[in-house]
Design a protein around this ligand. Structure first.
Ligand code: FE
Length: 339
């Protein structure tokens, strides 16, 4: 009899231990960021504040489902993820609590936050082309991807992926729904293959000549630039990177970010953590670790590969607009057959 009881106890303890009650000096972080380099970012917070971080990592949909199921008794304090479209989802579900923080308001530019959540890093969605197959001059704008001369040359990841949803959300803001749909149809008509894989797969397919042109988030390119693997070096040599729409609104910018949950048991720790993410030190982790740009303009980046991308004009569109257009973006892709 002793054995099963001990086992049951052990199970209970295990189930209870990672997520503790309000009285403890901990922060329960639900994270859909999946970058190994984030470890140091969290360890540093604990070192500075003494607040231990219990991290639950999963895909954003699973995490959101979990927070909803846990309801009022959810141990989650902070939810962080990448992409404005995903933050929009959490916002729509009414999961975030508004955070009033002078630190966050002063450090994070207004277009990179909403009352409920904050961006902590940015990335641009750029055009990449095979130097031999497509001229840079022909792909200076997102609009060009729909031009008939690129027939059979465009590769893409799924239209349902948040990165592309946010890009479409920006296109809607820029040109209106009808024109954005026309654009999507034009791009679909140019596909070299059915959408598949992630951004890195598109980069490699462009390098291999399977497609002439694609779009990618910048940090995937910087990752390749920093790679010492010969095949990555070769891939990066074969492609050109274009900052899109430089004579118009600028390159589409997306973010990683997060917010405090309405039901957070450790609200003080949650605000401290969000403020920490906007600190110089944490901001440098985003830049130097995951090759993203800090949101705090005064932070100095020490990432030669990231800096080698140079300066560019970024679309100043508020990221909150991206989230508002996310649902419409999906409908347009569905109608256009961008699977
Ligand atoms: Fe990514």
């Amino acid at each position: 009899m002793i054995r099963p009881l001990a086992t049951a106890l052990a199970t209970l303890l295990l189930a209870g231990s990672p997520l503790t009650g309000a009285q403890e000096n901990v922060l329960n972080l639900y994270s859909a960021r999946h970058y190994q380099t984030d470890e140091a970012l969290y360890a540093n917070f604990t070192k500075q504040t003494g607040i231990r971080i219990n991290r639950i990592e999963a895909k954003e949909d699973e995490l959101l489902e979990r927070i909803r199921n846990e309801g009022a008794s959810s141990p989650a304090d902070v939810f962080i993820t990448v992409d404005a479209a995903r933050l929009a989802k959490a916002d729509e579900l009414g999961l975030f609590a508004p955070v009033k923080s002078k630190v966050l308001e002063e450090r994070i530019p207004a277009q990179l936050r909403s009352p409920d959540w904050f961006a902590f890093s940015t990335r641009a969605r750029v055009i990449i082309h095979n130097r031999e197959a497509v001229r840079a001059d022909d792909v200076q704008n997102y609009e060009d991807l729909a031009a008939p001369k690129l027939k059979g040359k465009v590769c893409s990841r799924s239209g349902s992926h948040p990165y592309n949803l946010s890009l479409m959300a920006a296109m809607i803001a820029q040109m209106g729904e009808a024109k954005a749909e026309e654009w999507a149809r034009g791009v679909v008509a140019n596909f070299a293959r059915s959408p598949k894989g992630g951004d890195t797969d598109q980069i490699k397919a462009v390098a291999a000549g399977e497609c002439g042109v694609a779009v990618s988030n910048t940090y995937y390119l910087v990752r390749l630039l920093r790679s010492e693997k010969p095949e990555d070096r070769k891939a990066i040599e074969r492609i050109g990177i274009v900052w899109p729409n430089q004579k118009a609104q600028g390159a589409h910018i997306n973010i990683s970010g997060g917010g405090m949950l309405k039901t957070a048991p450790h609200k003080d720790a949650a605000v401290k953590f969000l403020e920490y993410l906007a600190s110089d030190e944490a901001q440098r982790y985003f830049a130097d670790g995951n090759n993203e740009w800090p949101v705090v303009p005064t932070v100095k980046v020490q990432n030669a590969a990231l800096e080698s991308l140079g300066r560019f004009k970024a679309d100043p569109l508020p990221v909150a607009t991206l989230s508002r257009n996310a649902a419409t973006a999906q409908k347009i892709y569905d109608r256009a057959g961008w699977k």
